[in-house]
Design a protein around this ligand. Sequence first.
Ligand code: T4K
Length: 419
Amino acid sequence: MSPIKSGLPDLAIFGGKPAFDSALHVGRPNVGDRRALLKRINDLLDRNWLTNDGPLLQEFEQRICGLIGVKHCIAVCNATIGLEIVIKALGLSGEVIVPSFTFVATPHALRWHGVTPVFCDLDPDTHNIDPLRVAELITRRTSGIIGVHVWGRPCDVGALADLARRQNLKLVFDAAHAFACSHEGRMIGGLGNAEIFSFHATKFVNTFEGGAIVTNSDELATKIRLMRNFGFAGLDTVMSLGTNGKMSEPSAAMGLTSLESLERFIKVNRRNYHLYQQQLTKVPGISLSQYQEDEKCNYQYIVLEIDEAVAGINRDMLDDILWAENVLTRRYFYPGCHRMEPYCSADPQAHLRLAQTERLAKMVLCLPTGSAISSAEITAICALIEFVVKHAEAVKQRLSMRPLFPHPWKSGSSQEPLI
Ligand code: T4K
């Protein structure tokens, strides 16, 4: 690591040596106690039971129910399939209102099942769907609302639940980011008709690939369990349409091992967040999205908003500069799902009613956190950002005289280099 920059030529984007020798990723997986994981994997191999409602899967589901205080947990092979199963099980049809500022899995799960996602604008303070805007989008074709707890910060659950009740709509929460977070003292997981967590490798608790559907409804849970396993209710009896959404035993082994380190992962994320907070408050035009610390938070995303008018440079410039230094920042959720296919072709005017989404998608940059990054590396990243903002005028001028940063992996012209 050689983070100190004394002049513009030291910046890697202008030919200097990158601050970091190897890449710092957003979403580097947390791995718990490797020995405990390998023991579980050895045991499952000895048992010769690899998937299909195995003992590790059952233990994982029970652990989640206990942790969240929810009646039913149905673990699945990923959160996208989890969303799809809930969409089918609740019979969502016609139109469903969703944020555009989310990972594309949220609208894709609907569209995959022939339901039209209707994109709703967000509240700029929380980055979550704005209930006032949701109300304006309800039509006779609307069958439900899917709120997303973006960055693990809860939606305005009360207002959405109220709206759903009054309009007789189903309410689902995509809680992919919100495992182990709370809302008004209650753990996320028991809200709405159902909530879906992601345990993808990049989430702070992971099962390699995986997710879980949680609900307090007995009836819905029974339906979902059937649908997860092709609709089978016995060896030869199929009760409903279904898919293969099962989580395998190695994934459950990773999940149980991750849960054993849950508190440690949160502690590390919290420490990282406070370190970024302390060091970035002094940088004008760069604001770190805040977590509500009187609630339970998992702190798994470090989210900056870059205000060009104050910082002197914009988000994309900072993104390019940091990538050149080997800090692989992410522009989640640029450009907004409404600007992605098939949605932009289906509704090319959607941006006109999504002013806050459009604005935010151009300002947000996510930074690396988790157990794979050290305090020294965080301090070095903050020093880099401070340096760039301090010299914003000159940096901007020099950037305008050179071609765009041609990072092969970023432009999609090459696969990620194996590290
Ligand atoms: N709803 C919401 C709101 C979501 O955010 C997501 C997923 C879903 C639903 C669907 O959940 P799943 O079906 O995935 O369970 C990543 C994740 O793949 C995705 O799970 C996540 N959200 C999204 C926010 O981030 P990408 O396309 O950015 O992934 P990728 O491959 O570029 O990886 C991100 C970074 O992590 C890279 O810098 C590389 C690093 N990485 C990745 C993997 C897989 C590693 O260092 N090691 C690894 O093993 O989507």
